[in-house]
Write a protein that binds this ligand. Sequence first.
Ligand code: SAH
Length: 247
Amino acid sequence: MKMDNLTQYDFKGTLKNEALKYNFNLTDEQLTMFENYKNLLLEWNEKINLTAITDEYEIILKHFIDCLECTKYINENENIIDVGTGAGFPGIVIAIYFNNKVKITLVDALNKRILFLEEVVKRLGLKNINIIHGRAEELAHNTEYRETYNIVVSRAVANLTTLLEFDVGFLKVNGRCLFLKGDNVKEEINNAKNALKILKCDIENIYNYNYEVNNEIYSRNILQIIKKDIISSKYPRNFGKIKKSPL
Ligand code: SAH
């Protein structure tokens, strides 16, 4: 939505109304945090590449509403890790929504994005957030992080086969993956049959949701996967192997 010189775009009002359509009744405190996050995102995006989405209405739908959807499958007091969080999606959105009631670890391989996330956490006053610069397939072997989390979330990081190998080592047995995926989720599942088996995972649910931006409908899926058993310490393999011979 374009801003003109006379009227400031009503970001909080628009977010409030859009979120209500998806059954999120955001408080003024949450709306203010989202607005500050959006301002930092746009400000830092001029110097480092954080997002291709810069229109405020599109940020509301494609980043905030899209990521809020996964909070429907998260309970308070869970210990969550967001692998490949980038500019904080969905991790920062989850943190704002639960407002310090969950513990969340944000992981990314790109240090400049880590610096941005540190600034966001500081400026928004978010608590219980741990930010780690590193590669998932390496961190998942570190005893500090292995089999530590109830939930691992990822959006737009890799195909399902690769994503499972990156992420499942972080989970406790009976922990869950929540993967934010696009339209071709059935095909991804078909291709990941072997990875699911080797990594002791079962698909529990596929939650479909849609949103509309400028007359285009986006069909999205949250893939909920449960880790049924402990996995071999071989996994994840190093990135060369993951890429060269996918499970
Ligand atoms: N989840 C965010 C970012 C997606 S872009 C969003 O939905 O907007 C993918 C991000 O994953 C990038 O920031 C990249 O640095 C990170 N990434 C990719 N592979 C990774 C790995 N193996 N370990 C850690 N981070 C990784």
